[in-house]
Design a protein around this ligand. Sequence first.
Ligand code: GLY
Length: 363
Amino acid sequence: MNTIHRRHFIAAGSLTALAGITGSAAATTYRKGPGDDHRGPVCVASGNGVRAVAKAWDLMHEGRDTAEAVVAGVRIVEEDPNDMSVGFGGLPNERGVVQLDASVMHGPTHKAGAVACLENIKTPASVALEVLRRTDHVMLVGLGAKEFAIALGFPEENLLTEQARQAWLRWKASHGPDDDWLNPEQMDWQFDDQGHGTHTALSMADKDPIPFTTGTIHCSALNAKGEISACTTTSGLSYKIPGRVGDSPIIGAGMYVDNAIGSAGATGRGESVIQSCGSFLAVQYMDQGMTPNEACRAVLKRIADRTKQKRLLNAKGEPNFQVTMYAMRKDGAYGSATMRPGGTFAVCDDEGPRQLPSEPLFD
Ligand code: GLY
């Protein structure tokens, strides 16, 4: 362990003790969790990644590289039309176009690959892995990323499912009375699922809520040789401004690996994660001596402390948005924490794949 870092950590621990006396929220930062005592090979993912960790675990045990294992794991969710936060079936941008972001990092070589604003290719993490493998670059975006994928034989497909298109149309209709898209209350002609029209105007309350997401899938894997890789992939913020890039493809924000320390990943409000370099910070905190659970909580605390805009705070002055952090240390300890209640994460080790609760920073 780096001695300068160690000193900082001890200083932070003293501050924590002091904060306990003064009742500061900093006292909640340093807290161990159940996965902190785990040792040996493990795969860790966001809560939507139970199938991903199971697949990554199996591939790792067949001798496949950890980067291939995590990418193959998240691919199951990228190809699933029912997960509206990732890949095929993801919610589109404000123009109704699905734009995907992904990144991969390979610990043994310390190489990274990423794509952003990728259109018409279902599996952006696989394209990011090819950027890592085949190029001297780290990130390709937009048309360049798509042309790269097509050159490698990735099929060009329409990614907007009927379910996601209907959600987008309802989002457009919900904007307000002053634009040219009529609200359901303003329409005097409604169509049911079979296309049959009626003259009964609907209220928004009669419809299912419009789905919104900053959802994403992250997956990290550690094999018996101590090799670590990680990957994060997403369709990003629903109904985003075209060209918006979230944290998922940003190395150090959406995920980060240092094979000598561990890995981390993030899901949730990408802008907040980028502004605190969330995944890099979690890995640095582990280098300073924090456990994975402590590191995740400390990152969330840092994000909360740096959130200054009133529209992002609730009445108690806490962030009103969700971010969930995941971390894994090189010895197999793992953890996760979430800004607001409700976050989960997935783990696979000798006991098999399972979903666990992520401990919230705020109740
Ligand atoms: N975390 C996903 C995004 O903000 O795009």
